[in-house]
Design a protein around this ligand. Structure first.
Ligand code: FMN
Length: 212
């Protein structure tokens, strides 16, 4: 990623460097329109902005991808939506991912997107979109396990790709009962956990950018 420090070349005095805000890409691992994880992700966007960082919300449904197939990749390269997702990943310092739990793991849609984005494109190594990115996780899960199995699986996948997944996280069990009519979490403990997780992502990403 480019040097985030910008200075005013027209200034006669030596100006204090202006630190650009941390940029966080926020998305959910679910495609469905009424996704509870998209609700969590949208709440996270507010918290990111409240923490002084920039948030970009994307919906994976807007980036439909074929199931990864090496023959397809050999024949026609990276699908355009995979390249778009790669560019979005590269342009952000951090990711905040709301990760549904399907059969004790992550969704096929999320894994497929991660897999396509991890593919080498020309001279660009596959790890470029991931390496050094700070990641926060949350999960709105249908069951009582609060999505811990999906978040652990996702943490392992992303750490393997070079991401730094922060230890704080939010798991929402029985998530169909967790939101009010305005799509806000009703449990103060869950709200606090979402805030703490986002704030840790922003702080760690800012510290990493400030380090030489
Ligand atoms: C195929 C499938 C498998 C699921 N497996 C689990 C599971 O292992 N644990 C769990 O807590 N919920 C499970 N659920 C429930 C989902 O976590 C729940 O529907 C959740 O709301 C999905 O996320 P979304 O609302 O963002 O689409 C499963 C749902 C589906 C469709």
């Amino acid at each position: 990623m480019a040097d985030p420090v910008v200075s005013d070349p027209g200034s006669a005095t030596v100006a204090e460097p202006v630190r650009m805000p941390v940029r966080v890409l926020v998305f959910a691992g679910s495609l469905r329109t009424a996704s509870l994880n998209k609700k969590l992700a949208r709440l996270a966007v507010e918290v990111v902005r409240g923490a002084g960082a920039e948030a970009t919300f994307i919906d994976l449904k807007d980036y439909p991808l074929p199931v990864y197939d090496g023959d397809l990749e050999s024949a026609s390269g990276l699908p355009p939506n995979a390249r778009k997702l790669k560019d979005l990943f590269i342009a952000h310092d951090a990711f905040f991912i709301a990760c549904p739990e399907y059969n004790a793991g992550i969704t096929g849609a999320l894994k497929n997107a991660i897999d396509w984005v991890s593919r080498q494109d020309g001279d660009e190594a596959g790890t470029v979109p991931y390496d050094g990115k700070v990641v926060g996780l949350c999960s709105a899960a249908g069951g009582v396990m609060f999505g811990i199995r999906a978040m652990e699986m996702l943490r392992g996948i992303l750490m393997n790709l070079g991401c730094l997944v922060v230890p704080k996280r939010l798991g929402v069990p029985r998530a169909s009962q967790a939101f009010d009519a305005a799509d806000r979490l009703t449990d103060p403990g869950q709200i606090a956990a979402l805030e703490a997780t986002v704030q840790q992502v922003v702080r760690v990403a800012a510290a990493l950018r400030a380090s030489p």
